[in-house]
Design a protein around this ligand. Structure first.
Ligand code: HSE
Length: 339
């Protein structure tokens, strides 16, 4: 099991709960948050690049209770797949890690998780729960830590689900926008500017791909030339984001490492890609570990056309396909209500 001990740390060490405090004027009793979907890898940034979209997303409620310890009292929308045991549940693991760090493990807190995004979808479902769990508890306690300081706890939550230590889903879910992870071990994470006209078309074909399985089929070694091309594309993509250069974004959106192996897990992948490009996408690839796919587009109108064209390919097989069209969401996880 991965824990925050797996984190290599950065020169500042674990966050100081006192220095980060922004206490509310009134103590809170209950908080409800929304934790959105994310697209990880973004073609050429395997494990190091991700962005946040508006929907779908999970809702998590936390409230104080007189029974000591953190308990998950209810999970909806998961078809009974997720554990109620808070030490095994992704949202519980991140919240426990935070409470342990704050020295508040005995505090009575009950949590409800309302899953509103599909499981094994490539939309960052487990990351949304991991982020939501720590974020909602931190908020209930009056924000003792900043968002950025929650990173090691939410990565630990996600690692409990897929057995790997990477922040390309939790980073953008927690911080919003586009996130580059220079080092997953050190959690050296940075925000990348969002080009104003950049829209995402994301389509979820209704099949399940487990991240663990999608990671197992990745190559263990890659050719030097492949690595060189992938680095060039990642650099080009980041320059494209910084300069709002849509043509450069399009030229750079290629994945030479994961897509050549993982496309096999997604029926009709190359037909969907051809349909997206014909409809005007800047580029198209797999969202996270799949099976969802995504395209980046210049403008909302193109993104809607691309999403419809890709969904039509899956529907023709037939596989039920759900399209999501979104600007890059700058906000990330946020409070819906509190009292
Ligand atoms: N970077 C991860 C992967 C995202 O592609 O395996 C999925 O969790």
């Amino acid at each position: 099991m991965f824990t925050v001990d797996r984190w290599g740390g950065n020169p500042k060490g674990l966050p100081n709960p006192v220095k980060g405090a922004h206490m509310s004027a009134q103590p809170l009793k209950e908080v409800r948050i929304f934790s959105p979907a994310t697209v990880a890898n973004v073609a050429c940034g395997f494990d190091v690049l991700g962005f946040c979209i508006d929907a779908p997303g999970d809702e998590i409620v936390a409230r104080f209770s007189t029974t000591p310890g953190l308990r998950i009292t209810k999970i909806t929308g998961d078809d009974g797949r997720l554990p109620l045991d808070s030490k095994k549940n992704t949202a519980g693991v991140s919240a426990h890690a935070l409470l342990r760090h704050l020295g508040k493990s005995d505090l009575g807190i009950e949590m409800e998780i309302h899953k509103k995004m599909p499981f094994g979808s490539g939309l960052g479902s487990s990351a949304a729960s991991a982020v939501g769990g720590a974020f909602v508890v931190n908020r209930l306690l009056g924000d003792p830590l900043t968002r950025r300081q929650l990173l090691p706890f939410v990565v630990a939550g996600e690692a409990a689900a897929d057995g790997a230590w990477h922040a390309d889903n939790v980073g953008p879910c927690l911080l919003g926008g586009i996130t580059l992870i220079r080092s997953n071990a050190e959690l050296d994470v940075m925000d990348v500017p969002i080009p104003e006209r950049l829209w995402a078309a994301v389509v979820h074909p209704d099949i399940v791909v487990l991240t663990k399985v999608a990671r197992e089929i990745m190559p263990r070694q890659i050719q030097l030339e492949t690595s060189t091309q992938q680095s060039g594309n990642l650099g080009g993509l980041l320059c494209g984001f910084f300069k709002s250069d849509y043509a450069l974004i399009g030229r750079s959106l290629h994945d030479l490492i994961a897509e050549p192996h993982r496309h096999r897990l997604i029926p009709e992948f190359y037909r969907a890609k051809a349909a997206a490009m014909a409809a005007g996408a800047l580029g198209f690839s797999i969202s996270g570990a799949g099976p969802s796919v995504f395209a980046l587009c210049d403008g909302e109108e193109t993104a809607r056309k691309v999403a419809a064209a890709v969904a039509a390919v899956f529907s023709s097989v037939p596989i039920k396909a759900t399209p999501y069209v979104s600007r890059i969401n700058p906000k990330g996880v946020h409070v819906l209500s509190e009292s």
